[in-house]
Design a protein. Sequence first.
Length: 335
Amino acid sequence: MSWSLGNYWYLFLLLLLPLLASFLIRFLQWRKKKREIFAGSQFHDNLFEKSSGFTKFFPALYLLGTLFLIFSIIDLLNGSEEVKSTQKLNNVIFMLDVSNSMNAEDIDPSRLTEAKNLMLATMKKMNNDKVGIVIFAGNAMSIMPLTTDYNSAETYISGIETSSMQIQGTDFLKGMQAAAEKFKNVSKGSRKVILLSDGEDNEGNDNAAIRLANKEGISITSVGVGTDEGAPVPEYVFGQLMGYKTDANGGTVISKRQTEALKKMAESTDGTYIDGNNINEAPDRIVEAVNKKSAGAETMVKSQNANHYYQYFLAVSLLFFFLIYIFNPKKDFNV
């Protein structure tokens, strides 16, 4: 057991003691001088109320009373101890597909909007986990560091569009590389990626992404958005719909969710695949999947059973002021 200060920031109040002592000394000198000006010392006993010998100690009692009052405010503690507590904590990267196919509207209002809403809904159900965000298409970048500040995430997420990534395409490996970089200072047992995508990998790097995830100890929870029937891919310029993506022959491209690819990425990394089209159920399932094999992290916490001693200092302080009151002939606190 050790001693500590409950409110150590109030130590600066001790600076009041020299000021109070200086004030009392100057006041007593001033009062003595005024009495001598008013009448000679031989008349003082008749003109002024005679004080007891104990009153000479009043200034010291004032200083001691104030000192113990300050100590009661600081609050001396004894008995607090550091205890090791094991908590399940995850470091979670939301890896969001922002390729043009995520603009498809087979999910109302679009796949990308659905994925962003899933991210926000999932974060609201998380506890203590650190979260970060990586967006990817033909390239990848981190847009939010690992943090427990879930409120700030909404600002980052609201600004995500398919135009956020200049190099288009879909490359799972690029996204996984960006996520692995963010995990470099995180223990492997708590590295989790929530992949939100329609599953289309134009680069064919899904197997390479799986190998990297396994090498880095990353578990993938893949969340599929979009339908198996698919939908045309809108093409926007400065927010204006210019038409729909076409192939080399001029036919309209139909983008379909590649469920099997997303399942393979999850199952190959000891993760779980979740259908993200039902926003009412998916967030709970995502959180459950992420917590399935959470790593235990030891943290040091101070127990709250410390003994407080402020009341003893307060009692002594009140005793000094009570003595001043009792032994003062006028029954007040005048020096």
